[in-house]
Design a protein around this ligand. Structure first.
Ligand code: MRU
Length: 334
């Protein structure tokens, strides 16, 4: 089992680590109704595609049991929180289906959560084989246990390789503007004793060009049929830099991130967040008061930059993603 747990359901409530406060403060919030769950997703109190999906699944349980909402209304409320991560929609739909069928929603949400955790563990096993002993691996944002309930996607292979004694070193992009890398990924790596260094986002190309990066691995918020995918803003340029420097670039994700209805990256809805996240640093205004800002939370990386997708059933090249999705839809290999 992974060391960190981002959220769990206990005594009729959803409990989650407040990720806005990490690493300074370890605070567990107790949410007893659906609106606070929606608010926690909107504010990145809980974040990372698979964790958002699980939180939303439990949000549906609370909507039924505590708020006595209509199922479609509850689903709409949760779906409207953030547009990009596909897992959110899968988590909501899974419990919505159980609710409408008169089944136990808590059981449906818990089975969903258990499956996500098991898939991430499996991603760790497959992905660890990609790294030579002593590999220096760069990652962007936080795709660790915080983002997936346990284990992580991009961090799961690193965790497994480290536990096998393979002396992995991690370059951690700080990930402006909300610092998911320097606050959250660095914290998870520190907790597990995995050697790492935090770098500003703009330093990745410098270390790649000097031959100090052996591989890049990131998570994803939505993977399309073409293999184009969305992830935290800045991922695209890391992929281009990796290509330029002949460094393998991997994307790790559970099945809940694979969107069979979206053909290419241009069709992915990209969340744009408020300007103050960019014009301020730690709550203090850093840009002139007159300056406006743009703040896309995600970007799209074309499939041609991806060496392989690390899935729960192995490493898959981008050209096989579409047929893999068809097999999944038929229930093969799940
Ligand atoms: O805005 P965030 O922090 O929710 O963005 C998270 C990411 O971009 C992660 O890389 C992605 O969700 C994959 S998490 C396994």
């Amino acid at each position: 089992m992974g060391e960190v747990r981002a959220l769990w359901f206990e005594e009729g409530a959803l409990r989650l680590l407040d990720q806005r406060l990490l690493p300074g403060e370890l605070k567990v919030l107790t949410l007893r109704s659906v609106e606070p769950v929606a608010e926690a997703i909107r504010t990145l109190t809980v974040r990372g595609a698979p964790s958002i999906g699980v939180a939303a699944a439990y949000g549906m349980v609370l909507a039924q049991r505590s708020d006595h909402l209509e199922p479609d209304r509850a689903a709409e409320l949760l779906r409207s929180t953030r547009p990009t991560a596909y897992d959110l929609f899968v988590g909501v739909d899974r419990v919505l289906h159980a609710w409408k069928a008169g089944e136990d929603t808590l059981r449906a949400a818990t089975e969903y959560k258990d499956k996500v955790v098991e898939e991430c563990r499996s991603i760790g096993e497959h992905g660890a084989k990609l790294f030579e002993p002593g590999a220096r691996v760069l990652t962007h944002c936080n795709a660790g246990a915080l983002a997936t309930v346990e284990w992580g996607t991009a961090l799961a292979p690193i965790r497994v390789a480290h536990r096998e004694g393979r002396k992995i070193f991690v370059w951690v992009d700080e990930t402006r503007p909300l610092l998911q890398g320097s606050r959250l990924t660095a914290w998870e790596l520190k907790e597990e004793g995995i050697p790492h260094a935090v770098i500003v986002d703009n330093a990745a190309g410098h270390f790649m060009a000097r031959g100090e990066v052996d591989a890049v691995i990131v998570g994803a918020d939505r993977i399309t049929r073409s293999g184009d995918f969305a992830n935290k803003i800045g991922t695209y340029e890391k992929a281009v830099l990796a290509h330029e420097n002949d460094i393998p670039f991997y994307v790790a994700a559970p099945w809940t991130t694979f969107d069979p209805k979206t053909i290419s990256g241009a069709d992915i809805p990209i969340e744009e967040r408020g300007g103050p996240e960019v014009t301020s640093f730690h709550g203090v205004r850093s840009a002139p008061a007159e300056s406006s800002a743009r703040n896309p939370a995600f970007d799209v990386t074309p499939a041609r930059y991806v060496r392989g997708f690390v899935t729960p059933s192995g490493v898959v090249p981008p050209e096989q993603i579409s047929s893999l999705m068809d097999r999944l839809a038929r229930g093969v290999g799940k």
